[in-house]
Design a protein around this ligand. Structure first.
Ligand SMILES: NC(=O)c1ccc[n+]([C@@H]2O[C@H](COP(=O)([O-])OP(=O)(O)OC[C@H]3O[C@@H](n4cnc5c(N)ncnc54)[C@H](O)[C@@H]3O)[C@@H](O)[C@H]2O)c1
Length: 261
């Protein structure tokens, strides 16, 4: 499959978890991929690694300039970098932690969208008009409430509606740039390391998996495949939309929950 051949993609948080799986899938589809992360990507990871902090506006300007200098164009941005902030509640979350989580999960996506549009508007002989796809990785925490992660839920909710705003703006401007959000359920990545350390990885996966109607947690590739589809022209009529990849969590109550019989 070489459907992304000739296209250039940036994946933030590309060194780990969902981002790393997405880097691999986009590269396998033929894209030139830039993995942008604060932590170094694995030596054998595909694509070009760029040290990048999504919270820094100068870093975004530099990343765009570097991409256009080396690759000459930008077609795909996956705003994936994110942190849990320790899943703190409204009572346990300090204002410092709140600002840190919003800076990465929400403001980082705002900056990504802003500079991606600038890059996707750059045209050339093989790209006659502005065109591109922005995929923002949100969470089911943006679709349903929870008493747990206060700052995380707020940050992911912001990403959900920012995505729609970006989509409608680009459509209005006739830019040919689409923007959609992805809402994963529990995915087996390093974001759960504290839980794995507390109760063991297999036991933890089983516990979280039991809360998913499909009966298991997701693997990073389960989410990466959806991102790949949204990045490609196969989803050409899709913009401003939100996609749960959550094994059924947000679909409703299960019979075994006892609320329906
Ligand atoms: N794992 C899940 O269950 C789950 C569920 C819903 C949503 N998500 C979202 O998926 C995305 C990816 O998370 P993951 O589960 O793969 O976790 P992960 O910890 O494996 O990967 C996150 C990556 O983001 C990078 N990162 C953190 N801060 C950054 C910054 N300031 N600048 C650049 N990179 C930064 C990290 O270095 C890391 O490589 C996050 O936005 C997360 O909120 C994850």
């Amino acid at each position: 499959m070489n459907e992304l051949s000739g296209q250039v993609a940036i994946v933030t948080g590309g060194a780990s978890g969902i981002g790393a799986a997405t880097v691999t899938l986009l590269a396998e589809a033929g894209a030139t991929v830039i993995s942008a992360d604060i932590q170094q990507a694995a030596n054998d990871a595909p694509g070009r690694f760029v040290q990048h902090d999504v919270t820094s506006e100068p870093a975004w300007k530099a990343l765009l300039a570097d991409t256009l200098k080396h690759e000459g164009r930008l077609d795909i941005l996956v705003n994936n970098a994110g942190v849990s902030g320790g899943w703190g509640t409204i009572e346990s979350t300090t204002v410092e932690l709140w600002r840190q989580v919003e800076a990465i999960n929400s403001e980082g996506v705002f900056l990504g969208c802003k500079y991606a549009i600038e890059g996707m508007k750059v045209t050339g002989a093989d790209k006659p008009a502005p065109k591109g796809s922005i995929v923002n990785v949100s969470s089911i925490a943006a679709l349903i409430g929870s008493a747990g992660p206060a700052a995380y839920s707020a940050s992911k909710g912001a990403v959900r509606l920012l995505s729609k705003s970006v989509a409608l703006y680009c459509a209005e401007k006739k830019y040919g740039i689409r923007c959609n959000s992805v809402h994963p359920g529990g995915v087996d990545t390093a974001i759960f390391n504290p839980l794995w350390q507390a109760m063991g990885r297999e036991k933890g996966k089983e516990m979280i998996g039991s809360h998913h109607p499909i009966g298991r947690m997701a693997e990073p590739e389960d989410i990466g495949e959806l991102i790949l589809w949204l990045a490609s022209d196969r989803s050409r009529f899709v913009t401003g939309a939100e996609f749960a990849a959550d094994g059924g969590v947000t679909s409703g109550l299960m019979r075994r929950s006892g609320f329906a019989s």
